[in-house]
Design a protein around this ligand. Sequence first.
Ligand code: ATP
Ligand code: MG
Length: 875
Amino acid sequence: MKSSEIRATFLEYFKSTGHKIFQSSPLIPWNDPTLLFVNAGMVRFKTIFLGEEKSPYKRAVSCQKCIRAGGKHSDLENVGHTARHHTFFEMLGNFSFGDYFKKDAILFSWKLLTEWFKLPEEKLYVSVYEKDDEAAKLWSELTGLPDERIARLGAKDNFWQMGDTGPCGPCSEIIIDQGRDIGCGKPECAVGCECDRFLELWNLVFMQFNRDKNGELTPLPKPSIDTGMGIERISATLQGKTSNFDSDLFEPIIKDISSLLNVKYGSLHETDVSIRVIADHIRATIFLLSEGLVPSNEGRGYVLRRIIRRAARHAKLLNMHDASLYRLTDSVNRVMGSIYPEIIGERARTEKLLKIEEENFHRTIDAGMNRLDEIIANVHKEGSKIIPGDEVFRLYDTFGFPYDFAKDIAMDAGLKIDEDTFRKEMELQRERSKVIIGKGKSSIEFDTFGEALAGTIFEGYKSLKVEANVIDILKNGNHVDYLKQGEEGKIILNRTSFYGESGGQVGDIGIIESEGAYAKVLDTKKPSPFIYMHIVKIDKGTITKGDKVTCVVDETSRKATMRNHTATHLLHKALRIVLGDHVKQSGSVVSPERLRFDFTHFHAVQDDQIKGIEDIINEKILEDLPVRTDIMNIEEATRSGAIALFDEKYGETVRVVSVGDFSKELCGGTHCKATGEIGICMVLSEGSVASGIRRIEALTGRNALEYLRSKKQELNEIKGLLKTESPAEKIEKLIQDTKSLEKEIQKLKTGSSRDMISEALKEAHEFDGVKVVKIRQDGLNPTELRLLADNIKERLKSGIIVVSSVTDSQAAIVCMVTKDLKDRYNAGEIVKNISIIAGGKGGGKSEMAQGGTKDIEKLDNALEALYDIIKQVKS
Ligand code: ATP
Ligand code: MG
């Protein structure tokens, strides 16, 4: 059975049993900074399982894109070495939200595997949690599995939990015995062994309890089901293969890798490992890039960078020393593109970014290699045999230089690496990379609220002023009952009109008032989607828990923010029109002062393109397009063509902001009612933030007006100073004038020496039939000095000229020898000798030479010696 049929059969089978089909959500989780990537089908339903969101459906089924690399559940290092682990894979799963439980879950899975997929029953095993007698009994009764094929395993393998607290429960896995020939071959090999023989196909999680802060388990009133089966594993099994990499999801890609790198798959173990790593990592890379992620040095981008570098390293092991993996984009697209059209849509951008990243990697390797040579030389010098582990780690950390490479090179040099230290440093690094964007102190504080808090209702889309009750107060991170005059803290209300910082839009400012008290709101944060935290300073009176208060958002600042936010949507669309569809938002800040928009693009945006972008935006402002917001199902929104940004949405229902028919984006921000309110939009600057990412900053409304006015003011000042209405012309003329004045001055300076020249010519010293002219004329720069010497030479016809000048406490000396004498006297020698006597330096050719000194006191003495010098240097 082809994997495409397996996928379709799975979805259809569960649809026929009342499950609603959900399309895969993106790999980058929605509004969940605590999770690097979606790593299971249940992630998108987390809010429903947690009871934070009600689902209109009781049963769901999906085929979900997953990544298990980086963070807690990483399979990155397994890839290539087992036949069943990937960084990117698809998880087939069925879900019950408080509807059916263990019995049906078991029946559904068994029936699908044995009746629809026709797996041989005698090869199937299941595992259950050791204390879950109920599940063991159900398996035995419902499927007739003999007891010896129902393994009871401990909590490590068969008890699942979402986090330290919250829903959890036992799980049960369906396993297929792939035969003695597969796997470790140890006599004790059995279900639960780490090797590939007993292959886990499907995991059924019975969400049965809630774990509280003390670790206490209480039964959930409505238990739920969450299951997951990797499509690569079931495909391989149904295609009679014992490795995922031999399934039809990988086979064509592996073929293309073999021909691209000119290596054979299936002949040499090391080569096969490298080919499998590349095949796996290229899929993960293409899917992550297609969602707008960019390789970087932190959080998710860092994991992507590691995946790409690991693949490039294996390509290098197979003798590919240039960027090449990007050429596999089409190969992956052919296998996966019909199911995931987003990878086709992003093809050009993916290829470009991957190529750049690969090139960076190869450059890095070369830089690292030099550094490693130095390290090795040092180790040899010290007579040691061990390369320090922290040095190798630094090599890895700064240059991305892979450990295995370093190890190979060390071996060639007869050395070993102190691996323990290296691993320790790596572990520290891993800890560091777990801290990802957005996970700050606020989310930790959120944990301490407990479940009692129902959350804040946000009413700030409609009104800027609402009545509310104070439901919690924090001071220095502790819950307190009140805040008094002069104190700062955080206030949580049951409802609010203050927008909490999210989606790039900054938090609102304003005031919170009660009878007798008055607090300034300095900022508003949203540590969770439901909690709005007002950061306040009490100016008057005391605000106490339970108080009735009025929230008043600062209208001027909020309206300015709204203008910038709506303009950001116009800018986003305009950029796609002018630059192309590869433009994707990669960050944005919307504040009352300005808007900042980061996006993917590979060149600087040209002036005429900026003008085009500004024109489109301002045209749309003039058209006064209405801005509409609709709440809809995520799938409906995606189908309607709304641009979805990762990190921006929450749950299954989303808010879609449309600007006329011009732009449509998923967005939780506050917007103008119509584009006319924006007034005007001006691009302030354009620049680069990282490779492949540009940034535009722009102003709207009053700020744009203010900006234009200050420019006008500046221009007026310039006009005033220049006393003209056309300053550009005038400045051009002034520049011309300055140039000709400079020439004039030069002429005058050298010209005024004319008398002096005649004087000097008259006084020219003569010996051996050679005339020597010597002049000191201060205030000439070296060019002018040369001009002067030239003038003298012209009039002298034959002889030696030495001119000198002091300017800015430095003396310059120029000597010229006319052509007819150049075989007898050398200007270079003359200047060199004068300069030495004057305490300076000099030299040059036989006809012209220059020198100088800072010791101007000695200049005259040196010139005195001129005639002696000339006699000495005569050849
Ligand atoms: P394993 O022990 O084999 O690593 P797991 O216990 O981590 O599997 P679950 O977290 O229960 O797996 O995930 C559910 C299903 O998803 C598994 O039964 C398997 O079919 C599939 N799966 C899990 N991890 C991977 C992976 N890295 N690559 C491919 N498929 C996977
Ligand atoms: Mg695992």
